[in-house]
Design a protein around this ligand. Structure first.
Ligand code: NAG
Ligand code: NAG
Length: 413
């Protein structure tokens, strides 16, 4: 039987030395001369960031109200703030800053069940921008072109979790000149502005670390997936979810012995990923999900099923080489496609994934580590320097329209 052949062929797999350089014996592979290398760039000295001081109601107070915000997948907005406060790239002199950062937690308004609602975010953002543009001269100088904002919600600065609504809203007018740091990434989409930095969602580093299993553990599961196949209630009649891609996975492979797929979320979820060769990362409400981070961290080859997805730090991480990409319409052929990948190709992907720099780039650890996602964001910002002279507006010139957008957004926050 095919499964046995795979298990034998891939018994010899490579785990993850959690501490960088902890185990020099783990065979890892680097991609020399190409993207992978810039992951190790040190941003210190390449940019200076000024952190605006805002009243606590834009950040700390919001978190105090609901500490669950520290653990959900949008927590990068909080950890990025904490990181920058003590980062060597921070400057206290705005005159010498390359970038301005506004610490505002727009995704920390949670329902009782923990789902973030972005309905107040536009008003909150507008209020913060009003404040910085009145109290400091730097916003008006460029109308935000040298400012960056972390907007990790599903559709970034479109501030809605439903795609049609997000598209209808578009990017908040006041943010149209700023650089957006966001998880959402899909080519040719109104919610992805050119020049944005796509980041991974937040997955709790300590929790992942606590579930590491010995690196030599064989990868005896061929394809692994846990999650919804239909809508939020997993109801096949519940409407069009994930553009039908997840439904197609279930309908085609629920009885296939190579596929370990289900909606149950077992307590051994992280361990299971470390025992798997391929981990499915299909789109959900957004093109990405935390599975992408988990797959990389646990050395399980991500099978990315999300047409036109823009992956995190795509200018630094060689996604084509570590993952498998599958068009949404090809889901019915998933078994044939995966079983026809030669073992040596699989081994190479596993070796690349075993490179700790790949894993650090996907994480927001506390304290920060060289090469982690914080550093990749800074590297991305540094690569955008110097700003074009044309971003500096001449004497009182105004480009942004402060009264554009839905009237509801114009109400005070
Ligand atoms: C920036 O421009 C706005 C008008 O668009 C003005 O109200 C504000 O006072 C200006 N800020 C500073 C610091 O001059
Ligand atoms: C700004 O947007 C509002 C609302 O869409 C519009 O009525 C107004 O004409 C715009 N102003 C300018 C200067 O374009």
């Amino acid at each position: 039987m095919r499964t046995c052949m795979w298990v034998l062929a891939l018994l010899f797999v490579f785990g993850f030395a959690w501490e960088v350089g902890a185990d020099q014996n783990v065979p890892t592979e680097r991609i020399s001369g190409s993207a992978g290398d810039v992951l190790e760039d040190d941003p210190t000295g390449r940019l200076k960031v000024y952190v605006y001081e805002l009243p606590n109601k834009y950040n700390k107070k919001i978190l105090q109200k609901d500490p669950r915000c520290l653990n959900h997948m949008f927590a990068a907005e909080i950890f990025m703030h904490r990181f920058l406060l003590s980062s060597p790239v921070r400057t206290f002199n705005p005159e010498e800053a390359d970038w301005f950062y506004t610490p505002i937690y727009t995704t920390c308004d949670l329902t009782p069940t923990g789902l973030p609602l972005p309905f107040k975010s536009p008003r909150m953002m507008r209020s913060a921008i009003q404040l910085i543009s009145t109290n400091w001269p730097y916003w008006n100088r460029t109308e935000g072109a040298d400012h960056f904002f972390v907007v990790p919600h599903d559709f970034g600065a479109c501030f809605h979790y439903q795609e049609e609504k997000a598209i209808e809203r578009g990017i908040l007018p006041l943010l149209q000149r700023a650089t957006l740091v966001q998880t959402f990434g899909q080519r040719n989409h109104v919610c992805l502005k050119e020049g944005s930095i796509t980041i991974p969602p937040y997955a709790p580093p300590q929790k992942m670390q606590a579930h590491l299993i010995p690196q030599e553990t064989p990868r005896s599961i061929f394809v692994y997936f846990r999650g919804l196949f239909y809508d939020i209630n997993n109801d096949p009649e519940g409407g069009y979810y994930a553009r039908g891609a997840r439904a197609a996975v279930w309908e085609n492979f629920k009885n296939n012995p190579l596929f370990d797929i289900s909606t149950d979320h077992p307590t051994t979820y992280y361990e299971d990923m470390q025992r798997s060769i391929f981990c499915l990362c299909p789109l959900g409400w957004a093109p990405w999900s935390p599975r992408l981070v988990e797959a990389v961290v646990f050395g399980c080859i991500p099978v990315i099923i999300a047409d036109d997805i823009v992956l995190p730090f795509a200018d630094a991480i060689p996604w084509e080489e570590i993952g498998v990409f599958l068009a949404e319409e090809d889901v019915p052929n998933l078994d044939t496609i995966l079983t026809s990948i030669p073992p040596e190709v699989i081994l190479r992907k596993q070796r690349l994934l075993a490179n700790p720099s790949m894993k650090w780039a996907m994480m927001f650890p506390q304290p920060a580590q060289p090469g982690d996602a914080f550093h990749q964001i800074l590297n991305g910002l540094a690569r955008k320097l110097p700003h074009a002279q044309s971003v500096y507006l001449k004497g009182g010139q105004k480009i942004l329209n402060w009264t554009a957008g839905p009237v509801g957004d114009l109400k005070p926050w």
